[in-house]
Design a binder for this molecule. Structure first.
Ligand code: PAF
Length: 233
């Protein structure tokens, strides 16, 4: 596997290859990433996986510092999957050039997760846009797990008429129905159990709503039930 670090090496590599399938990650690779990569490899051997923990998408320094990093293990996983190219840039390679596109942040960024992580999606779009300008991939692989991120990236691509096609991949869950996620490495057994209980509860409530088709959905009631599980915000 070739590890590309600097933009001058990236340029050389790009001149040799005409169609790239790109899987952006922040490392801490898990089965969810593996499934994105496998999907990409089915279509195209020229898959580029990036590992870059983007400081601009974190709302606190502590969250950035404690984000799970395990480069050696990640490299092992990528080699086993048969990935030919790993893009592992430094901060200045990503953020020191002037971009062609303007970040398009749809108002959806203010909803859901965006309510509680004010700069997060702007930071995600900033880095993803830079990746797209640097790599100009034909396909971009993203997980449906990060639904809001997926929608916002698609909107940015559409608005800027970027030619890259987004391929959205299904969420992969562990034996407790918990979606694979790098941050789960930071959870202990009890916290994992709690998180999986939340998923089970929400699934049950969703099915009940689908079945009963009530005129008004009482989300406050669902929220109370989540708190009763023992989740504290
Ligand atoms: O989903 C992620 O891991 C990140 O938000 C991404 C898309 C790699 C951008 O840093």
């Amino acid at each position: 596997m070739k590890i590309i670090r600097q933009n001058k090496d990236l340029k050389k590599f790009k001149n040799k290859i005409n169609s790239i399938s790109f899987v952006p990650t922040m490392g801490g690779l898990h089965k969810g990433h593996e499934s994105l990569i496998k999907e990409a490899l089915k279509k195209n051997r020229n898959v580029v996986v990036s590992i870059f923990v983007n400081p601009k998408q974190f709302n606190s320094k502590n969250d950035f510092d404690t984000y799970p990093r395990n480069f050696k293990k990640d490299v092992k996983i990528l080699k086993k999957l048969g990935v030919k190219y790993l893009y592992y840039p430094k901060y200045r390679d990503i953020f020191s050039f002037k971009t062609k596109n303007k970040i398009y942040l749809h108002t959806f960024a203010k909803k859901l997760c965006g309510k509680y992580r004010p700069e997060h999606f702007k930071g995600v779009l900033n880095v993803v846009n830079r990746f797209l300008e640097l790599l100009n991939p034909k396909y971009l692989y993203l997980g449906k797990k990060d639904f809001q991120q997926l929608i916002l990236i698609k909107k940015h691509i559409q608005k800027n008429k970027i030619k890259t096609l987004v391929i959205s991949c299904n969420t992969i869950r562990d034996q407790y129905s918990l979606p694979y996620s790098s941050r789960n490495f930071n959870l202990n057994k009890e916290e994992r159990k709690l998180a999986s209980k939340v998923f089970m509860l929400l699934k049950k409530e969703k099915n009940k709503i689908k079945r009963q088709k009530p005129k008004k959905i009482n989300l406050l009631n669902v929220k109370k039930k989540v708190f009763n599980i023992g989740i504290l915000i």
